[in-house]
Each structure stands twice: as C-alpha cells, then as structure tokens.
Design a protein around this ligand. Structure first.
Ligand code: AKG
Length: 339
C-alpha cells in the first residue's frame, strides 16, 4: 500500500468560508468528515448495489449488502458491457439528489462567497477489485481538460466507507499551481493521464460514509488500487460560482445514459429534475483541443497495434460528434480486437 501521508482534515473550519478558501488556494484540496449523514450515503449505496446485483456484477453467493464483486464480470467504463449495467446506476434518482444536497450547495456557497451551481453532469464510478487479468484503477489526471468553462471544483464521495485498500482517492497537494500539465493516452478518467512527473505531494486517507474530498480542476488526482473483494462505488460532481461560464458538455447526462427525459423516466418524484432550467447560466462550448490531441495520439497508437489505445478509441466511438472520426475508430477497434 502506498505510504502517502493522511489528508489535512478541514472539518474544524467547515463553517468558515474564508478559511476553506485559503486552504483550497494553498493545497488545492479540502478533506471534510461527515459532510452528509452516513445513512444517506448508505441508502444510495444499497440502491445501486441492487442494480449491480441485477446486472451480474456481484457474487451471487454473498449478500448483496456486502458488495462482493463477481470477478468474472469485471469491466470498466467505457466498455459496452459496463455501460449496459451502469446506466441503471447513473439514472438513480437518490444518487442525483446527493450532488444537489442542500448541505453540499451551502458548503460551496461558503467557499465561493456567492451562490454555487452544481453541474448537471456528474460521474458515478464502480471500480472492480484488482485481480489477475484485471488491474484497472483511475490514473493520475486533472479534470480541467474534461470540464472546461471557468474554474470548477470537484467533490468526490464514496458510497459507503472507503479505506485506502478499497481504492480511495489520492490528490497531489500543491499540484494545482502548475496549470494544465501535458497528457498522454490512458485508460482512466476521460482516457487521458498526466505525461510528466507529478508535482506536489500525494496524500490520501480512509473515508467513512459521508466524508468528502474537494479539489480544484487542475489538482492532480488518482485512485489507489482496490485490493478488497468489494466493488468500490463513488460519485464525483462539480461545482462553480453560478455566474461564471459553464461548458456545454456539463449540461447533458453522462455519455451513454440517454437524454434527461430518459434519465427521469423512472423517477418517483419530479423535484430536482431540470433544476438548472431557470438559472441565469452562461453556457459556452467546451475547448475540445485536448480531446483532439488525445485522439490523434490514440489513432497513431492503434495504427501500430498498441492495445493501450483501446479505451480512448472506444470513447471516440461513443462520444465524438464527427462521423468520419467514429468510422476510423470503429475500424481500428476491429483491427485491435482481431489480434
Ligand atoms: O473515483 C475515481 O476513481 C476517480 C475520480 C476522479 O477522477 C474525479 O473525481 O475526478
């Protein structure tokens, strides 16, 4: 296990906006215990575990609540067999309400000193245990290239307890001072990993249900390996001052989960649906130049038969707006898979 030092715990200054801002500016992150009640997180975990079980992701011989993974089903975003099950998890209405929980919005309001916007788009992650033939975890990256717009801040929360060995998140404290770092094709978040030595000091900790990690969009972060037998479930959402520009890519549901109308179709209550509709938002296009560079690298790697380009190629097939690029990616995927 990585010998990284523990997060600086900022729970004692959680009601002091100026102190929170000063620590975020200095370290690039905040770790807060008990931001939300543990029971709220446990409830969402139970809901998502039921979907995971129905999708074959859990060991049929263990109780669903234990969350023991069925290693034969191990898969990851953006593979199609992952997406088939994942859609049901991402669409869960109580999960969506976590990212707009009043205590979370109040916290970001204190940090910003003005009303906070929760991005409509957010991520829910399910990391299978490391095993022979499956060694995926999230590599070191920055969010800025994926989120765009003005400066935004992520909040990462595990659904349930998450000790280090279950694949807790780690941040490189101080790395936010270096701006956007060069990237290479990777299989982690957005298919892009940092390509240079990581600045700052890696730090992590043992999360209990309800604890939150907040970090800036240029703070380098990664997940530790999941060395337990359980599926590691978490979600990460993004926040910014309401009056600053937000990139269009954050206004739509997670790629592969359908339209908002489809997401909301199974919900029991309408409150919180389209909560952004009447807000005075300045929506701007996402700067796609980082994706264009990633895709050019991935195409070249795939043309040389490099299987590590596979996840980036899959992302192009699923998400790119350009049909010509999607067609090229499809034929490269077929060639990669034929080997
Ligand atoms: O949960 C993970 O494995 C990665 C989380 C992440 O990259 C993020 O919150 O931006």
């Amino acid at each position: 296990m990585e010998p990284y030092p523990e997060f600086l715990d900022s729970t004692d200054v959680a009601t002091d906006g100026a102190a929170l801002r000063a620590r975020l500016d200095r370290d690039g992150y905040l770790f807060l215990r008990g931001l939300l009640p543990a029971a709220v997180l446990q409830d969402v975990r139970a809901r998502l575990m039921r979907h995971a079980a129905a999708g074959g992701w859990l060991d049929p011989n263990s109780p669903v609540a234990a969350g023991i993974a069925n290693q034969a089903a191990a898969c990851k975003d953006p593979e199609e067999r992952y997406m088939q099950v994942f859609r049901n998890l991402w669409n869960d209405e109580q999960l969506h309400r976590l990212r707009t929980h009043p205590d979370v919005l109040a916290l970001f309001g204190r940090i910003f000193g003005e009303p906070a916007l929760a991005h409509p788009m957010f991520v829910q992650r399910n990391i299978f245990p490391q095993a022979d033939g499956f060694d995926f975890t999230t590599g070191a990256h920055q969010d800025r290239v994926h989120i765009g717009g003005a400066t935004s801040y992520a909040m990462w929360m595990p659904l349930g307890d998450c000790p280090r060995e279950k694949g807790a998140l780690a941040v490189a404290a101080g790395s936010h001072r270096q701006g956007i770092l060069p990237t290479k094709v990777g299989s982690g978040a957005g298919g892009m990993d940092i390509a240079v030595p990581i600045p700052g000091t890696w730090t992590t900790g043992a999360f209990r249900a309800g604890d939150a990690l907040i970090f800036q969009d240029v703070t380098v972060h990664k997940a530790l390996a999941n060395r337990t037998r359980e599926l590691r479930m978490s979600f990460d959402a993004r926040y910014q001052p309401m009056r600053q520009p937000i990139a269009d890519a954050n206004m739509i549901p997670y790629a592969g989960c359908g339209t908002w109308a489809e997401v909301y179709a199974g919900w029991e209550r309408a409150d919180d649906q389209y909560y952004w509709k009447d807000l005075p938002l300045a929506v701007v296009p996402l700067d796609r130049s980082h994706y264009e560079r990633r895709d050019a690298m991935a195409f070249e790697m795939a043309e040389h038969g490099d299987p590590s380009a596979r996840d980036a190629i899959l992302r192009i097939i699923q998400r790119d707006r350009n049909e010509e690029k999607r067609a090229r990616a499809r034929s490269l995927l077929a060639a990669l898979d034929a080997h």
